[in-house]
Design a protein around this ligand. Structure first.
Ligand code: FUL
Length: 482
């Protein structure tokens, strides 16, 4: 009897210890919602600026454009969706209403819509066609609806806010699910020379009422924030946390540098979204051409590679199709990215870490290609070294690190060393934040040993994935400033 009791006690102790070992790290700081994590994992989405400006060549319409101006000759939203899919983009956001006030759907709250135009005898509906095409092909659908309206005569009065809420409701009721609502902060004058005081609280509530998981973009979130520029670059230091109390989109936004880098101790999780156009302008113009593959790769590194989501604008032309030069460039971009990131050189090496929490959170998770499993150190251990030793030397120029963000953004400072021929460690780069994804471009190096040294972290580091890659599409000189 005693023997059985002893065995039971030993079994219990083993069970308790094994259980403790499997205990995950405590979360740190503000955390993303499940929807924000899924949004971040999309990495790259397509923005489509389309409307009267497509036909005038203007960037901002003044609201006096006749409805008949909007006359795409061969609209094919399924083509937009296929282009996005081929580029590996997971969602599309359409300018359903830009500052000129023209609505690409028959919005019952407006007399300035496709329904008042002769296009398809007033029966056309771009939101219907694009949302159907997206949902059919498993591409998420999002909308940009500009609060600034240069056409609506009520703009500048409390009446306008009511009208805008009804406009939002009309779009959100009929074309969902909608994964992202894009609120442009621009707040200029309306047709009567007045500015509007926007009721952001009600606007946000209206969106969330219908789509509680929608990510609301604005200068200051709440779902995600503007990155502070339109050139495609998040901060080299980029926190997903931001202080938003006391700030508002448009006129009351924090300084752009803060939007670019976030706040290290920010109170809310409001990750950066980098919106940039494949061409010079936001709307299509036959005189402009898409950026080069090299430029787009650089943008990828300074956005997705800096803990931000890339929202790349690809404007449909006057036919209502994406021009072939743009779609070909996107195919090239996808092929290059797939090629660069298909071969993680870490698989050829042997990983040694100094402070693995235990076997449940060991270094094997760094290269298992699974975001939800991760490497972690013990709770109080906030520094570490992850060393990779190779039998045969490897050549690389990109280092990828990913934090498991459902437990917060933790790493503050890290550097990367390689073992030189003289047997000495040499630091090749010193960096700050990681976040959901950090791609560190380094000058091409060949070595048998690499180590990532985590110098400072607010809580024990929790790393989901790690990789060493070789990019042969850009020269070292192309990336030396990023
Ligand atoms: C800006 C707008 O004024 C531009 O026209 C464009 O839509 C861009 C994405 O946002 O604030």
């Amino acid at each position: 009897m005693n023997k059985i009791l002893n065995i039971l006690i030993v079994a219990l102790v083993i069970f308790i210890f094994a259980g403790c070992g499997a205990r995950p790290p405590q979360p740190y700081g503000p955390l993303p919602t499940k929807a924000q994590v899924e949004w971040q994992q999309m990495e790259m989405n397509m923005f489509c600026h389309f409307g009267p400006n497509t036909f005038t060549g203007n960037e901002w319409g003044d609201g006096t454009e006749p409805e008949d101006l909007f006359a795409p000759t061969d609209l094919d939203c399924r083509q937009w969706v296929e282009v996005a899919r081929q580029a590996g983009m997971k969602g599309i956001i359409l300018t359903a209403k830009h500052h000129d006030g023209f609505c690409l759907w028959p919005n019952p709250c407006s007399q300035h819509t496709v329904a008042q135009s002769q296009w398809r005898n007033g029966k056309g509906d771009v939101l219907r066609e694009l949302s159907d095409a997206c949902h059919k092909r498993n591409v998420a659908f999002g909308i940009y609806i500009s609060p600034w309206d240069r056409h609506d005569p009520t703009y500048g009065t409390p009446e306008y806010n009511k009208n805008f809420v009804a406009t939002l409701r009309s779009a959100h009721e009929h074309y969902g699910p909608i994964f992202e609502q894009w609120f442009d902060g621009a707040n200029g004058e309306g047709p009567n020379g007045k500015r509007q005081e926007y009721n952001w609280k009600e606007f946000n509530e209206t969106v969330l009422e219908k789509h509680p998981n929608a990510i609301i973009f604005s200068d200051v979130g709440p779902g995600c924030r503007w990155v502070g520029n339109e050139s495609g670059a998040a901060g080299r230091t980029c926190w997903s946390t931001l202080d938003i109390d006391g700030f508002a989109p448009g006129t009351g936004l924090p300084v752009t540098d803060t939007l670019n880098r976030g706040n290290v101790h920010g109170q809310r999780w409001v990750p950066a979204e980098t919106d940039v156009s494949i061409r010079d302008g936001w709307f299509y113009r036959s005189t402009e051409h898409p950026k080069s593959l090299k430029q787009l790769l650089r943008i990828y590194y300074t956005s997705v590679g800096r803990n931000s989501l890339l929202l790349l604008n690809v404007p449909p032309d006057t036919r209502g199709r994406i021009a072939s030069e743009d779609s070909l460039r996107l195919v090239e971009l996808r092929a290059a990215l797939d090629d660069i990131f298909s071969n993680n050189l870490m698989h050829q090496g042997h990983i040694v870490t100094h402070h693995a929490r235990n076997r449940h959170f060991g270094p094997q998770h760094l290269t298992d290609n699974c975001f939800d499993t991760y490497y972690a150190t013990p709770e109080k251990q906030t520094t570490d070294q992850i060393e990779i030793a190779f039998d045969k030397s490897v050549t690389f120029n990109r280092v990828v690190l990913q934090e498991y963000i459902p437990l917060g953004q933790r790493i503050q400072q890290f550097h990367i060393d390689i073992l030189s021929d003289n047997g000495q460690w040499r630091t090749i780069v010193d960096e700050t934040t990681v976040g959901y994804k950090r791609i560190v471009p380094v000058a091409t190096v060949t070595t048998t040993r690499v180590r990532v040294v985590i110098d400072q972290s607010f809580a024990c580091p929790v790393l989901s994935e790690m990789g060493l890659y070789l990019d042969n599409y850009l020269n070292d000189s192309d990336v030396e400033d990023i």
